[in-house]
Write a protein that binds this ligand. Structure first.
Ligand code: NAD
Ligand code: HSE
Ligand code: NA
Length: 439
């Protein structure tokens, strides 16, 4: 039996579990691949740093460059842009297959890496980068490659799903739910990339690229996080039969711009979204992830599981390693990417969706009529309207909270409506504007 030499870069949460599995399950992995997967070294910053997993000390090295030069398969789990990027490029130049979980790097500079890998005829795979343990990239790339995907809705960030789920199930405020996520170790000490939607946006760019056979970068993704979502938004959504989730959405849209008439484009966006409570994604609780796909022939599909954590994520890494090793044993590089299309990226302005709008208004005659008139003037049709009165001590000072759910409208029409409403004398404030999907 032949031997494949494996270099591991980084020995943190995920890397340490990958090393453990490579050593503990060596016989089973050899039987599955037809080659022995020999872990030749683990690049670390400090050889004597304390680690959760007990690994042979002689495997550790601080010379990552030398390690990749002698490897058949390089597993990059350091995270960050540099030196991960340079080490991956160096590995490709040396003809090594690369497996990575680095969504930040892939969303930022994936095209350069894929092109170098294609030119060198080596494989680059990264199942761990999107939705951790959930097999999602291989199903999109392989299983669904004979179908036409039309829409992808993903809960791809566990921290934000945990926070929104806590707010929904316990009525917690955002800050308290975030503190709980940090206490349980879901959120980073600096949770900006999670709550700002940037982590989900990186994953959205990767999902869109593979689903629509075109390379989309982070810049193509409209991104809105969950920091503005209040307990009142969640309660109002619940009252109206919805749940709020942070979704990464990639969908095919018709184009009606001058040179695109009759053609299609792709919109990629991340924002808090109202979902009907009977939508399959509404049942994804806690820090779990799920990706809901609509395809022309397959119809609706959902992939569910743990999107983070050292051991679950290591499962996805090992899947890529075994798959790559099998192809190396059988010969030939196999085809890893088909993102050679040219579907244009479309801005969120082209999207037509429903909106949930919260208004704080004076409780006076004619207020509803004025609001309804303004919506009509902008061509935005109201689907439901709920009102609750907040009495005040002085007569004439009572206020009302109004929640309007619209039929589908464009971002432009909605923005114009909100802009005009703010100028109405009877409106105290627009308390929230959220999009609705899946209704
Ligand atoms: N943890 C998860 O749940 C999860 C899920 C999906 C994807 N990922 C991705 O997997 C990768 C690793 O994540 P993690 O949670 O294990 O991170 P981590 O921070 O726990 O581990 C990274 C390790 O790499 C080491 N490292 C950084 N730069 C190095 C260098 N120049 N040389 C040697 N070692 C270096 C760090 O010291 C650290 O031990 C990241 O790209 C992350 O985005 C993680
Ligand atoms: N911070 C990410 C980790 C997995 O990429 C999350 O909360 O889902
Ligand atoms: Na995955």
């Amino acid at each position: 039996m032949s031997t494949l030499r494996i270099a591991l870069l980084g020995c943190g949460n995920v890397g340490s579990q990958v090393a453990r599995i490579l050593l503990e399950d060596a016989d089973a992995l050899a039987a599955r691949t037809g080659a022995r997967l020999e872990l030749t070294g683990i690049a670390v910053r400090s050889i004597d740093a304390p680690r959760d997993v007990d690994l042979p000390r002689e495997l550790f090295t601080t010379d990552a460059e030398a390690l990749v030069e002698s490897a058949d398969i390089v597993i990059e789990l350091m995270g960050g842009i540099e030196p991960a990027r340079s080490l991956i490029l160096r590995s490709i130049e040396h003809g090594a297959t690369v497996v990575s979980g680095n969504k930040a790097l892939l969303a930022l500079d994936g095209p350069t890496l894929y092109e170098k890998a294609d030119a060198a005829k080596v494989q680059l795979s990264y199942e761990a980068a999107v939705a951790g343990a959930i097999p999602i990239l291989r199903p999109i790339r392989d299983s669904l490659s004979g179908d036409r995907i039309t829409r992808v809705l993903g809960i791809v960030n566990g921290t934000t799903n945990f926070i929104l789920d806590q707010m929904d199930t316990t009525g917690a405020q955002f800050d308290d739910a975030l503190a709980e996520a940090q206490r349980l170790g879901y959120a980073e000490a600096d949770p900006t990339a999670d709550v700002g939607g940037h982590d989900a946006a990186a994953k959205g760019a990767i999902l869109a690229s593979l689903s629509f056979h075109t390379r989309f970068a982070l810049d193509d993704v409209y991104c809105e996080g969950i920091t503005q979502v209040t307990a009142a938004d969640i309660a109002a959504a619940k009252d109206a039969g919805f749940v709020i989730k942070l979704l990464a959405i990639a969908e095919l849209l018709p184009r009606d711009d001058a040179d695109g008439a009759g053609a299609e484009g792709v919109s990629v966006r991340v924002h808090p979204t109202l979902l009907p409570r009977d939508h399959p994604l509404a049942a994804v609780h806690g820090a779990f992830n799920a990706v809901f796909i609509e395809a022309e022939n397959a119809g609706e599909l959902m992939f569910y599981g743990q999107g983070a954590g050292g051991t679950p994520t290591a499962s996805a890494v090992l899947g890529d390693v075994v798959s790559a090793a099998r192809r190396m044993v059988l010969g030939g590089p196999g085809r890893t990417e088909t993102t050679t299309g040219h579907v244009p990226s479309m801005s969120i302005d082209a999207v037509r969706t429903s909106y949930s709008i919260g208004l704080d208004v004076a409780d006076q005659p004619g207020v509803l009529a004025r609001i309804a008139q303004l919506f009509a003037e902008q061509g935005v049709s109201i689907e439901t309207l709920r009102q609750s009165i907040h009495p005040a001590g002085d007569p004439g000072q009572a206020t009302a909270e109004i929640r309007i759910v619209t039929h589908r409208a464009t971002e432009a029409a909605l923005a114009a409506t909100v802009e005009q409403i703010q100028h109405l004398a009877v409106i105290n404030s627009v308390t929230s504007v959220l999009r609705v999907e899946g209704a």
